[in-house]
Design a protein around this ligand. Sequence first.
Ligand code: NAD
Length: 489
Amino acid sequence: METFNLFIDNSSTPPSSGGYFDTENPYTGEHWARVANATADDVDRAVRAAHRAMSERSWRAAPVQRAALLRKLGDLVKANVDKLAAAEVRDNGKTIGEMRTQMRNTAEWYYYYGGLADKIEGRVLPTENPDLFNFTLYEPIGVVAAILPWNSPLRLLSWKVAPALAAGNALVVKPSRFTSTSTLIFAELVKEAGFPPGLFNVVTGTGSETGSLLMAHPLVAKVAFTGGETAGQKVYEAASKDIKHASLELGGKAANIIFEDADFDNAVRGAVTGIFTSAGQSCTAGSRILVQRSIHDRFVEAFAALGRKGRMGDPMDPATEIGPIATRPQYEWILKSIESAKAEGARLHSGGKPVQIGGGAGLFIEPTVFVDVDNKMRLAQEEIFGPVAAVIAFDTEEQAIQIANDTRFGLTGGVWTRDIARAHRVVAAVDAGTIWVNFYRQTSQLSPYGGFKHSGIGKEGGSQVIYDYVREKSVWFNLAPQVRSPFAG
Ligand code: NAD
C-alpha cells in the first residue's frame, strides 16, 4: 500500500497524530493507498507556512517571476499528463480518455494565468482637487483555502490555483478525502517548478474535520470552494463569521431544452453527452431534458438507445466510454434516488439497475431514463450526480423557459433549435451562468464559468477572475505645501 503524507512548506510531512485513512479504487475495489489525516496542528502549520510565504516581498512584488513559475508549472503538467490522469482514474474511476483531455487542458490554465500575472495594473484616478493625487494598488488577498470535490480534482483545483498564485497569494488545498492522491502528486510538480516553500500546501482529511478547521483559521483570507450545495452553505457560513472572501461553485440541475426544429441527431448526441458521459458525475450535467411534445416519443427512443451504447468497463482501458461511480456513498445515493423517483410517479423508461463489471467493486449503474416527469418532483429538483435523466415534455417556448427556471439552481443549460431569434430569446430568459446553443458541455480557461442562484457565487476562468484574487487599495497623496485647517469646513 502506498502512503501519502501532507504537503507543507514544499515537504512531504506525516500527520502529527500519526493517523491515516484508506483510499479505494472504485473499479477494482482495492484499498490501494493510505492518506494522512490532518489535525488542527497540521492545518495551523500549513496556514502559517502559506501566510509567511505570501508575506514575502520577493513573492508579492515579483510578477514577472510569478509568470515564469506558472509557465514552468504548465510545462510540468503537460509533461506528466499520463501520470496525473492515471492518478485521477485510480481514485475517481473516470475514463482515462477524459482525464488525459482534462490534464492537457489543465496545463493551459497555468499558461493563461501566468500570462496575466504581470498585467494586474493599478489605476490613477481623477480627483476634485488638483493638490490631491489618487491611485490604486492591487495587492494579493492573502492565504486562500481551496476546497475541492472528487469529480475532477486537478482540473477544478487548477481553476483556483492558477489565478491565486498569479496574483501573489498562497494556498492551502483541501481535496476530497476520496481523491486526495492526485493533488499530492501535483504538489511535487509545484515544488519542481521552483515555487518557494509555503506557497502551495495540501492538508487531507474529511470536510467536517479538516475542512472545518481550515475555514475556522483566522489567517485564511479567502475560500475558493467547489462542491455540493450543503457543504457550500456551511463553508459560506463559516466564512461569514470571519468576513473571509468566498467564491462558491456548487451544484446544478441544468435544463437541456430541445425544440422540434432542432437538428434531431445532434440534439440526441448532445443530450447523451450532457447526462451519460462521466456517468453523469458532473456539475454541468444536463439532467433535465426538456423536449417539445411533437418530437418527444421519437426523441426518447433515440436518446435512450444511444445512451445504452456507451461502453462501460475498466476506466484505464482507452476503449471504455463510461466508468464506474466514483464512491460507494455516491453509488448508493444514485440507486436510492432512482427508487424515490419511481415512488413519486416518474415512469422508468430504461436502465435503473446496478451493473457488475470487472469482478471488483463494480460500482456501475445503467444509463437511466425517466419519462412522465413533473418538474415539481424531487427527481427534477435535486441534484443526483449520476447517469439519471429526467425527460420533461413541453408545448411552447414560454413553457420551456418557465420549467427551465423552476429550480433553485442556475449553473448551466442547453438550447437546441435552428431558429436564431428563438435561441437568443431563450438564452436571455434562462437563469443560468453558462448556456450552450446547439452543443453541450464546454468550458475553457478563456471564458468565465460559475453559477447563478444556489449554484454559487463568483466565476472561474477568464481574465476578470484575477481581480477576485486581489484587493484594491486606494492611496491618496497631498501635494499642497500646507495641510488645510482642521476646522475649515
Ligand atoms: P461535497 O460538497 O460533499 O464536498 C466538497 C468538498 O467540501 C470536500 O473536500 C469536502 O471534504 C469539503 N467539505 C464538506 N463539508 C465541509 C465543511 N463543513 N467545511 C469545509 N469543507 C467541507 O461535494 P462532493 O460530493 O465532493 O462533490 C460533488 C458536488 O460538487 C456536486 O454537488 C457537484 O455539483 C459539485 N461540483 C460543482 C462544480 C462547479 O463548478 N459548480 C464542479 C464540480 C462539482
